[in-house]
Design a protein around this ligand. Structure first.
Ligand SMILES: Cc1cc2nc3c(=O)[nH]c(=O)nc-3n(C[C@H](O)[C@H](O)[C@H](O)COP(=O)(O)OP(=O)(O)OC[C@H]3O[C@@H](n4cnc5c(N)ncnc54)[C@H](O)[C@@H]3O)c2cc1C
Length: 407
């Protein structure tokens, strides 16, 4: 089994834990609290933490995620010069598209900038996805989908970030942050959304040092005796609250609205209100953070005027997000509020955009560039549920087949 040695407040240590958990790599976490701890772990004073020990005993000192993923065999080289379909984003929509496309015989590459699963992969328990009456951990659902896609022959290219796209002579060219490119006949963008930031002063200082974006599925076990704050009133925040409340001394949920029912599913509300160590503060916002090195104290403002300070070293922010689609706008793909517009939503005043030159109408999940599709949360009008993203991923592949027959 992989072993991770890290100081408890290390930002790098957190990112490795998060990556391993999301990639469903079993690991044993050893917190180093003193120089004695270093000696016991056999780590010299001059060696840089975090240290990852691989199952064969080989140790990596302060590895990048890329390094770690390489050593774990998670990063594979591209096998083809050209694919039928490239899919960017391995959340539920991208994974589902990869499963369907590969199972139907397409040469498909699924490109993911971090770990498979996307937002769903960070969920401690998905309870409303059909077929799992007891719920399923998001990372486990994603890992099963990954295995299924690979079984059918999809190539999964992890830790590659798409930064630009182009359509030239009917071919999609995707550019990666590492300088490589990928060529395909059609493309599905399934890059979901990125967490919205709090926009509080000092945010960069405390990022991964007390301030975390997302539901912190890998962290709950480490919050024993802590007073944890969760910012947000939606389902992801609600799940995080329940997960932390099973381990932490106290969990406070900071909600901007006046009731949970506005934003949270009833099954989560029913549980939150009966947890003795959970409090919900309404009309509140986190407005300041302090600490000498790590987060030590936050200020919570109620009704935009009353301020109250709380000691805490752990804040998890789940306030939704927005897609990152500048690359799409740069090549003329139509966006609304940063979401990619597809199919019937491209029609305004009974006409299609001037950029659409084909005789047929755009397919339901097709953007205004023929052969370029969008599925899941990145799409304008998406429902923002795992099942919806999975459905759209599958549906997009049907339209990809139709498009390919036109070439
Ligand atoms: C904590 C949490 C709990 C949730 N629980 C539930 C639940 O219980 N039930 C439910 O129905 N829904 C739930 N949701 C919502 C659900 O997870 C999302 O609606 C769903 O994940 C959307 O899937 P997606 O594939 O469209 O996008 P995402 O899940 O956002 O996946 C997008 C993927 O694209 C990758 N990516 C982004 N940009 C690039 C790029 N440039 N290049 C390569 N890759 C890129 C990202 O790293 C990510 O892996 C939850 C969300 C969160 C955050």
């Amino acid at each position: 089994m992989v072993k991770l040695y890290s100081y408890p407040d290390s930002a790098d240590g957190y990112q490795i834990r998060d990556f391993l958990s999301r990639s469903v790599v079993e690991y044993h976490y050893v917190q180093i609290n003193s120089s004695n701890g270093l000696v016991q772990a056999g780590i010299g004073n001059n060696e840089k933490l975090p240290v990852v020990e691989l199952p064969d005993g080989h140790r990596l000192y302060d590895p990048s995620l890329q390094d770690l993923a390489n050593h774990l065999g998670l990063v594979k080289p591209m096998q083809q010069k050209e694919y039928d379909l490239s899919i960017f984003g391995a959340g539920p929509a991208g994974l589902s598209a990869a499963v369907y496309a590969a199972s139907e015989g397409l040469k498909v590459a699924l490109i993911e900038k971090l770990a498979v699963g996307g937002q769903a992969g960070t969920s401690s328990l998905i309870e409303n996805y059909m077929g799992f009456p007891k719920g399923i951990r998001g990372a486990e659902l994603a890992e099963k989908a990954r295995q299924q896609a690979v079984k059918f022959g999809a190539e999964i290219l992890l830790l590659r970030e798409g930064i630009r796209g182009e359509f030239i002579d009917g071919k999609a060219i995707g550019y990666f942050a590492d300088g490589n490119t990928i060529l395909s006949k059609a493309n599905i963008c399934a890059t979901g959304i990125d967490y919205q930031r709090l926009n509080v002063e000092n945010e960069p200082q405390f990022l991964y040092k007390g301030l975390y974006y997302g539901a912190g599925a890998s962290e709950a076990m480490m919050c024993k005796n802590e007073h944890v704050f969760v910012v947000g009133g939606g389902n992801s925040a609600g799940q995080a609250v329940l997960n932390f409340s099973a381990h932490a001394r106290k969990v406070t949920m900071l909600v901007r609205g006046h009731a949970l029912s506005e934003t949270l599913s009833q099954y989560l509300i029913d549980r939150i209100v009966t947890r003795k160590n959970v409090e919900v503060l309404y009309h509140t916002e986190l407005t300041a953070m302090e600490g000498s090195h790590n987060l030590e104290q936050i200020t919570v403002t109620t009704n935009k005027e009353e301020e109250q300070k709380y000691s805490t070293s752990k804040v998890f922010v789940c306030i939704g997000g927005k897609p990152r689609t500048q690359w799409a706008k740069d090549i003329g793909i139509i966006c609304k509020d940063d979401y990619l517009v597809t199919g019937p939503d491209l029609i305004t005043n009974s006409s299609l955009p001037a950029s659409w030159t084909l005789d047929r109408q755009p397919y339901y999940l097709e953007t205004n560039i023929p052969g370029s599709f969008a599925a899941g949360d990145v799409r304008y009008g998406a429902v923002k549920r795992v099942a919806a993203a999975v459905g759209e991923g599958a549906m997009a592949v049907t339209f990809v087949h139709k498009y390919l027959t036109e070439l």
